[in-house]
Write a protein that binds this ligand. Sequence first.
Ligand SMILES: [Fe+2]
Ligand SMILES: [Fe+2]
Length: 199
Amino acid sequence: MDAMRILMDEHQSLAAIIHAIRHMIGEIGAGRLQPDHKLLEAMVHYLDAYPEKRHHPKEDEFLFGPLRARTHDADAVLDKLDAEHADAEARIAVLEAAVKAYAQDPKGFEAFKTAFEDYAAFYRTHMMTEEREVLPLIRKHFTAEDWEKANAGFIADDPLGGTRATARAGEEDFAQIFSKLVAAAPAPIGLGAGPYKAG
Ligand SMILES: [Fe+2]
Ligand SMILES: [Fe+2]
């Protein structure tokens, strides 16, 4: 089931970026790491451009919407997840403001740390709810036709799949950006390849 595999891959990539940022925040807080503001800003941009703008809409269109059409068992949890998806812009705006303020003034560190901890905690719960409460209901209620549409939809928009064949004109290469972000993160997460340069 390609839709499930791609969804789980995307959750893992999202968790990896969140883990990398948390690790850097911990090291900066402990005085062991100089902040690389470009890298932190690039990671926040990735969270906006990829999970918030691309991942959630696919879930809504190809999984959650069709599940609502099959059963009411998931209504309550889907209402909650829909509201969380709708909140994406506000959620990322808080994080963007915090990462920018920190880049301008080192005193912004604590506020950035708090904003990021909230973001990370939110995502842990959000992804766990999707995986533990909704995916089992999808497996139970989806018809062969639902699966066919969901698989096709996820394959058609799999920006982490690394195949440029599925890329849209002018879009960012998320697979490449992801590798670069993780590689630029300090060890043991990445290679600590030095100051992050976009492009
Ligand atoms: Fe989601
Ligand atoms: Fe998700």
